[in-house]
Design a protein around this ligand. Structure first.
Ligand code: BG6
Length: 481
């Protein structure tokens, strides 16, 4: 079902996020027939660009499949451009005139407008205020997409919230956490609640420990200045990985309805124990062993004595009947030996009985790269002997779903916002709880008694204590990794 004649306004149209993510995602949707050709896309930014300049910026990042050249041309023609300041009415008035003319020509009574703020959070409130007074219509549907960071801590999040709340109703706000748009993250509910054997095993009786790990093979090259005030915990853990964690641990929602899903996420967040400051592993990358790759502190835009974390491992505990006693290790790092995001659920060992020393099952959900779900399980080695071996039941998407379109996270989320579906967007109370959970830890790590991060070489597995840390939290290494 398409909403025809929707207007999509991309604020920050000349910036990096729009160029790399927002416009290419809109094109991806158009290419796949999920964005109606009657849609009007307006870029808005301060730069005095022509519409052709903007189209030229957009084009190189659009993924064009064979035979789609005409579609790209058509898409680029759907884009127009308005330039103006973010903090004065003048540009918004031009924008309003352009939108109203479009809607008048089509006799639209109930306009459908989506405003995408690909902008730094410092201007969210200003821009939303100007949208409200110039480009907002009481009739029809007004939706606003904003991007993280949503505050720097609990206090600043609440302040942002207090400023935005009078301007927009909660159902008009779509807070993007792009991890919620990733195919494998969207798959978690189905995996858990749609498969009787996983569903039955998803609890403290069967699960020994859980790991959520995020590894990137590159450092903060080029964005050290920004990263230095953020650090790895705010960058990916308090948001992306915590979202994955809540989806993994929440109870079954009453339905797929967005509020039911988000209610369950909130409920489980309330059952988290405070993070134990004495049970963390923290690091910052130094030069690579061969000296080729720079250390974090070599970046000129970073404070020379910065203790900013580029690596952290934390352990969560949930005090409810399902999870009591099961450690959940979340670890994330930049400048590591590989790029990979995965969830690993280690099951308890089975009563050895007739077998001696049989390894435990493990379920791995690889979010990226190359989406996969596989279960490590024991099977008899074929032959006359009764030896067993740990092997895999493997669902690798590239093999099983060869001709499927796996939407990019932003494609999926923009489509949801166009359809008014909030399921994969973050609600205000979820964010409040996530800051409540992380605030004390961040305060400690950024306070006068902050411990010194361990330096690990660029391109390594991270701080040397990782294996020990995992073993302390009941992980058993089975294949020497
Ligand atoms: C962003 C972080 O939110 O997520 C980046 O700011 C990080 O530092 C990125 O690299 C990871 O996203 P993805 O989709 O590449 O895993």
């Amino acid at each position: 079902v398409f909403d025809k004649n929707t207007v999509v306004v991309v604020f920050g149209a000349s910036g990096d996020l729009s160029k790399k993510k927002t416009f290419p995602a809109l094109f991806g949707l158009f290419r796949e027939g999920c964005l109606d050709p009657s849609t009007k896309i307006i870029g808005y930014a301060r730069s005095e660009l022509t519409v052709d300049d903007l189209r030229k910026k957009v084009e190189p990042n659009c993924k064009v499949n064979e035979g789609d050249d005409e579609k790209l041309k058509e898409f680029l023609q759907m884009i127009s451009y308005v330039h103006g300041p973010y903090d004065k009415d003048e540009g918004y008035k031009k924008l309003a005139a352009e939108i109203e003319q479009f809607e008048k020509e089509r006799s639209i009574k109930n306009p459908n407008r989506l405003f995408y703020l690909a902008l730094p959070p410092s201007v969210f409130v200003t821009v939303v205020g100007h949208i409200k007074s110039n480009v907002y219509s009481e009739q029809g549907t007004m939706r606003v997409i904003i991007e993280k960071p949503f505050g720097h801590d609990l206090a600043s999040f609440r302040e942002l919230q207090q400023q935005l709340a009078p301007l927009l109703r909660e159902e008009e706000v779509f807070r993007i956490d792009h991890y919620l748009g990733k195919e494998m993250v969207k798959n978690l509910m189905l995996l858990r609640f749609g498969n009787v054997f996983f569903n039955a095993a998803w609890n403290k009786e069967t699960v020994q420990m859980i790991q959520i790990s995020f590894k990137e093979p590159f450092g903060t090259e080029g964005r050290g200045g920004y990263f230095d005030s953020v650090g790895i915990i705010r960058d990916v853990m308090q948001n992306h990985l915590l979202q994955v964690l809540t989806l993994l641990t929440m109870e079954r929602p009453a339905s797929y309805d967005p509020e039911s899903v988000r209610d369950e996420k909130v409920k489980v967040l309330k059952a988290f124990e405070p993070i134990d400051h004495n049970d963390i592993l923290i690091g910052q990358y130094g030069k690579s062993i061969d000296g080729e790759k720079p250390g974090y502190l070599d970046d000129d835009t970073v404070k020379k004595d910065s203790k900013c974390l580029t690596y952290a491992a934390l352990t969560f505990k949930i005090k409810n009947e399902r999870w009591d006693g099961v450690p959940i290790v979340m670890r994330a790092g930049k400048a590591l030996n590989e790029g990979k995001v995965e969830v690993r659920i280690m099951f308890k060992s089975i009563c050895s009985g007739i077998f001696s020393d049989i390894p435990s099952n493990e379920l791995v959900i690889r979010i990226q790269p190359s989406e996969a779900i596989y279960v490590k399980f024991n099977a008899k080695t074929p032959g006359l002997a009764t030896n067993s071996q740990l092997t895999e039941l493997d669902l690798t998407y590239a093999n099983r779903f060869k001709n499927y379109w796996i939407p990019e996270a932003y494609e999926s989320l923009i489509r949801d916002a166009l359809m008014g579906d909030h399921s994969n967007f973050v609600r205000d109370d979820e964010l409040d709880l996530s800051w409540q959970l992380f605030d004390p830890l961040l305060e400690y790590l950024e306070g006068p008694d902050a411990p010194q991060p361990e330096i690990y070489p660029y391109g390594s597995r991270g701080p040397a204590g990782l294996s020990k840390y995992l073993e302390n939290h009941h992980y058993v290494f089975q294949d020497g990794k």
